[in-house]
Design a binder for this molecule. Sequence first.
Ligand code: DQA
Length: 144
Amino acid sequence: MSEILLLNGPNLGILGRREPEVYGSDTLADIEAMVAAEVADRGWKVVSVQRESEGELIHAVQDHYGTVGAIVNPGALMIAGWGLRDALASYPNPFVEVHLSNVWAREQFRHESVIAPLASGVIVGLGALGYRLAARALLAKVPA
Ligand code: DQA
């Protein structure tokens, strides 16, 4: 059974009640269900990991190098998460970076991601739909 990694960084476990005007009303459980539904036909399972600290996220990446692809929302670690970036540099399969909000329309400090240069693609500003589209991108990128 193939698995994909759904990795979410700090403050994303409280989606639904975290600034809903910015991040929407879907919870992380809703997003997990959406991603699982997108990949079900391919027989993929979703391994969802959300952590508040960079070290735990690094462990999660290292522990899941065997997954066929990943969807990564690094949260604020996009800005200076060099350790997470290096863990993802060794990730052997495609991953898509997702941000719920349009980071380009927000504060300057959110305009650069240390993760993005390693990603197969980046989806920003589409809310929870971004995760679904990322799942579809992985379906297209990962050989059947
Ligand atoms: C975010 C954008 C980041 O800048 C922010 O720190 C987050 C959420 C998003 O999904 O829009 O935690 O990654």
